[in-house]
Design a protein around this ligand. Structure first.
Ligand SMILES: [Ca+2]
Ligand SMILES: [Ca+2]
Length: 483
């Protein structure tokens, strides 16, 4: 613990190193930053321990005052007399973190505008005081309001300053110069006046370090996926998260769990806010990272085994969130084939293993789903017999169609007919009768033309049809008789 922290905690350092403890109410935890100071732990007009003042000319030393404090009971005050003067309010030495820092104070100035005013100066490592802006610092809010005239002997003539009337307390937020990082600094509020015309003066109160919020490593988040950001503060405010890019990502305000909405490069920005507390000004930071494409998964219902003569089978699957259809293709087209909407109708062609591949394409937000295959067995069945359509077995004179053109069995397979072997011609000349039978046409449309005396004519016709994977071959001989 360094001297400045001890001072801030209200612990006096005395000669010989003996500590007199007296922890002030509202003391902030030790941090390498500008210390908080509300000037309320003392009895006006005393300054807090570690703070000092020096005045010259018409000016008075800074005091604590109970007039219009920002936080009761006290503020720090310097008047605006009607003659040339200069007075400074010096802070204790304060260590600054390597990451630098910023702080705010409440600032209530009412001076002769353009002629009297207050500036903020910084000393780094005991060096000369310089204006906070000259030293490389900046104001985030509540910066200088004007320039002091060079003409009337104001010690800060020609410089920017808080001058005129702020109309009550405003918040001034200061980013320390980069050169202050990892160094000890002292700050001084400097009020300076010109040769005439008085005004109310300046009041400073409620000095608070702004919390430095830092993020851990950015999470990996994809569309519909989650990952947590993690931010910490060097103060004591509660951290809450928000997305500044709601179209790209959302975040749970307390847990920091980010959900990806759309994919993109550095399209997600999460803000972490550290809440203001008694000891710290609110702070915030952001972290920006990319939302990756989400994954898709196909859930493909296992098809049941089916007999080769069964009706076509419909494939059922659900895909990922792109909404693109799941499409089916046969990896075994000799056994089964796909057709219909997205190939979901699978016809069974032959006995064997049918393997169907399911795919789903990706889009800007989702990658293509990994292919899923499902296999099932196309099983054999006992082949069924075929049967013939009704046929008139009576022959008569003239044309007798025994197998019409395009004839098929009842099961739809092509039916051929032929007159049985050697019997044909002998039948045609049997006995004392003269009977002529002429065979006309090919087997698929066999026509027997009968002329002459044929009373005992009998002709055997053999019908055949090939088999297939469902039906046995067909063969039957039918005797046709003349009458
Ligand atoms: Ca106060
Ligand atoms: Ca003046």
């Amino acid at each position: 613990m360094v001297r400045s922290d001890l001072a801030r905690l209200g612990i006096g350092v005395v000669a010989g190193g003996v500590l007199l403890a007296g922890l002030a109410a509202g003391a902030s935890p030790a941090a390498a930053a500008v210390s908080s100071e509300n000037f309320d732990g003392v009895t006006a007009p005393a300054l807090p321990s570690g703070w000092s003042t020096a005045a010259s000319g018409a000016e008075s030393p800074w005091v604590t005052s109970t007039t219009t404090p920002d936080t009761a009971p006290n503020d720090a005050f310097a008047p605006d007399p009607a003659a040339v003067g200069n007075t400074v309010l010096m802070s204790p030495s304060m260590p600054i973190a390597a990451t630098g820092g910023s702080f705010s104070f409440r600032n209530n100035y009412n001076t002769e505008a353009g002629f009297d005013g207050m500036v903020l100066e910084i000393s780094i490592n005991g060096g000369a005081y310089a204006d906070i802006l000259t030293a490389g610092g900046s104001f985030t809010t509540g910066g200088y309001s004007g320039t002091i005239s060079n003409s009337f002997s104001n010690p800060i003539g020609g410089r920017q300053a808080w001058t005129g009337n702020s109309g009550g307390y405003i918040t001034t937020t200061v980013s320390l110069p980069p050169a202050a990082s990892s160094q000890n600094i002292q700050l001084q509020w400097r009020m300076a006046t010109d040769s005439s015309v008085a005004s109310a003066g300046v009041r400073v109160d409620t000095i608070l370090p702004v919390q430095d919020v830092t993020f851990g490593a950015a999470p990996t988040v994809v569309v519909d996926g989650t990952g947590a950001v993690s931010a910490t503060t060097d103060g004591d405010g509660a951290i809450t998260y928000s997305s500044t890019t709601l179209a790209a990502c959302t975040v749970n305000s307390s847990t920091g769990v980010v959900t990806g909405v759309v994919a993109g490069t550095n399209n997600c920005t999460i803000k972490a806010d550290a809440a203001a507390t008694a000891n710290y000004q609110a702070g915030s930071n952001t972290q920006t990272f990319s939302i990756g494409q989400g994954a898709q998964t196909i859930n493909f219902t296992q098809p049941a085994d089916a007999a080769v003569n069964a009706a076509p089978v419909t494939m059922v699957a659900t895909g990922g969130a792109s909404g693109n259809p799941v499409t089916f293709t046969s990896a075994t087209s000799g056994v089964c084939t796909t057709s219909g909407t997205n190939g979901e109708t699978v016809a069974l062609v032959a006995v064997g293993t049918c393997t169907i591949s399911a795919n789903q394409t990706g889009d800007a937000n989702y990658t293509a789903a990994p292919q899923v295959q499902r296999s099932f067995q196309v099983t054999a069945v006992a082949k069924l017999p075929q049967s013939q359509r009704a046929v008139n077995t009576t022959l008569h004179k003239g044309s007798n169609v025994v197998n019409p053109a395009g004839a098929t069995t009842r099961q739809g397979l092509p039916q051929s007919a032929r007159v049985s072997g050697s019997s044909f011609r002998s039948q045609a000349t049997r006995g004392d009768l003269t009977c002529f039978v002429a065979k006309k046409g090919p087997n698929r449309k066999l026509n027997l033309k009968v002329t002459g005396q044929c009373r005992k004519l009998k002709i055997k016709v053999t019908y055949t049809a090939p088999g297939n994977n469902k039906y046995l071959p067909y063969k039957k001989t039918i005797t046709f008789k003349y009458r």
